[in-house]
Write a protein of this length. Sequence first.
Length: 321
Amino acid sequence: MNEMLNVVVDGLWCQGDRSLAVRLVSASGEALPDWEPGAHIDLHLPCGLIRQYSLTGENRADSYLICVAQESASRGGSRYIHQTLRPGQKLLISAPRNLFALRDDGPVLLLAAGIGITPLYAMLLQREATGRPFVLHYFVKRREEAAFLRELSRPLSHGICVVHCSAEGDSPRQTLETILSTPDGEERIYTCGPVGFMTAVRDAAVKKGWPQTHIHSEAFAPVTPTSTPQDEATFTITLASSGEKWPVPANKSIAQVLQENGVAVPLSCEMGICGACLTPVLGGVVDHRDTVQSAVEKSAAAQHVALCCSRSHSGELVIDL
């Protein structure tokens, strides 16, 4: 399980007209664990919810910065942060973990939409500080809702930042084909935002000849799976270490069945978007339903299953537990 940290809300301020920046500092005054752009934390809210938020801004030892959009279809997390959270409030968070790290020092194309700017803004700051080339394209509906707009409008020495507003006739649908050039072999794409946006980015990039291995994404919401009654059939989950096995019915996740039988499972988001419960698979055919792993990872010889949401296409799934 991830290390838990006691923090205090040190500041709250608006970023655009839809998002709220939250600065967190250590409750003990000690330095917080180091992190790299792309990392996120689990935020344990007093209302009982656990939500994942990307760390953003500069990498500082004395504080963490997150930015949370007010979602109209909030499941409670963003609503609590916008309506109830106050400076001085104490919270529990996990230590940072990173499933969206920059892979190398080559040129990068950063494509963000909405609150998906948070991890990419941190990437921009790191690239700017280290003198490595980058281009950021940031898509929003209205300029007024853009987070970090003032910061992104400052002159840059090593990269380019362009803000696109759908209300001004500059939507992703109209622009992606233009801004995605033919890949040069070294450049990588990092994209974050709504699932539909990231799908459009991936489709447009593949059409231009980008290899899947050079397209990296992070989702903030689970993908609704398309399934058939056969996909929802009961299957058996087997522990390789002990040989113990239990049926996983259609109305329960693998994680739920394991917990019911006394097996500890490192859960966090329970939606397949954080990677906390990814577990090696030793046998069977996984029905992948997470958004953490890439298409390449999901089709690799050595695979991992998200215990919180994925299922099995085979009658039995053997996992390395």
